[in-house]
Write a protein that binds this ligand. Sequence first.
Ligand code: B12
Length: 241
Amino acid sequence: MKKAEYLSEGLGELEIYNAVVNGEDEVVREAVRTALAKGIPAGQILSDALIPAIMEVGRLFETHEYYVPEIVISAEAMQAGMAILRPLLCDAGERSTGRIALGSVEGDMHDIGKNLLTMMLESIGFHVTDLGVDVSPRRFVQAVVDGAQVIGMSAMLPTTMHNMKVVIDAMKAEGIRERVKVIVGGALVTQEFADRIGADGYAPDASAAVRKVRDLLSKAPSAHSVKEVADFKILARFAEA
Ligand code: B12
């Protein structure tokens, strides 16, 4: 296993990292609670331990040291840690009236990146509807009808990315495309792809996505300003690294 030397052993971040890579969800829960009790901010645990760990899992998959069963177990361990952090990251003082619906497109079961984005948007006060994974175009359209100002679509596979365009086309067919801003993301998604399918925005990571959503909402008639929180800045620092 590639060791994350920069992580602090004493504060428990290295233990969290190793436990995610090894797929030990109970150890992750315990170590996250211990790190919080030692005063490490939730955002730092996420950006310095959980995210680097799942990236390492991705690297191990690419080098054929890990296979799908290992990734599933590591992803579950990561989600176990995120579940503990979620209420802490989402405890925003100021609420925004920005309404966003997020989902992984039809055929795509990856949701860690989407869940991270959901947490970050909630942490700065947006009202986020998580549509889940394998979301049909009809369900995205319904979210717009239900009042979402921004639709966020996530896709991690070359075989599911095209479903983003299917959703945009379905919005056009229903005559609701102009009522909503569409932002897309995921490992293989690029700005060029976003432009090609007619999305309003693209972002390579969750912190850039938050900035993009704020930008899109500021152009919308009912946009409201939102407050940055410390955890968001920590995540932004990670994304820039
Ligand atoms: C974990 C994982 C899984 C888990 C998913 C568990 C879960 N609950 O999500 C499981 C085991 C289920 C899985 C299954 C598969 N996977 Co997989 N998986 C991964 C892995 C290792 C990590 C993905 C991840 O969570 N990254 C961490 C998060 C934080 O990053 P992220 O998802 O990229 O999200 C960030 C940005 O992309 C962006 N973002 C994401 N969504 C959105 C949305 C918006 C609107 C915006 C603005 C931004 C944004 O912000 C996020 C946060 O910063 C990647 C490897 C990799 N390098 O990405 C492969 C990977 C994505 N998987 C891959 C494959 C092939 C598969 C399978 C087909 C494997 C198989 N043979 O069965 C299946 C497909 C299942 C399906 N139908 O979806 C390939 C896809 C690429 C390709 N060329 O095909 C990858 C790249 C691995 C590889 N190198 O081959 N996988």
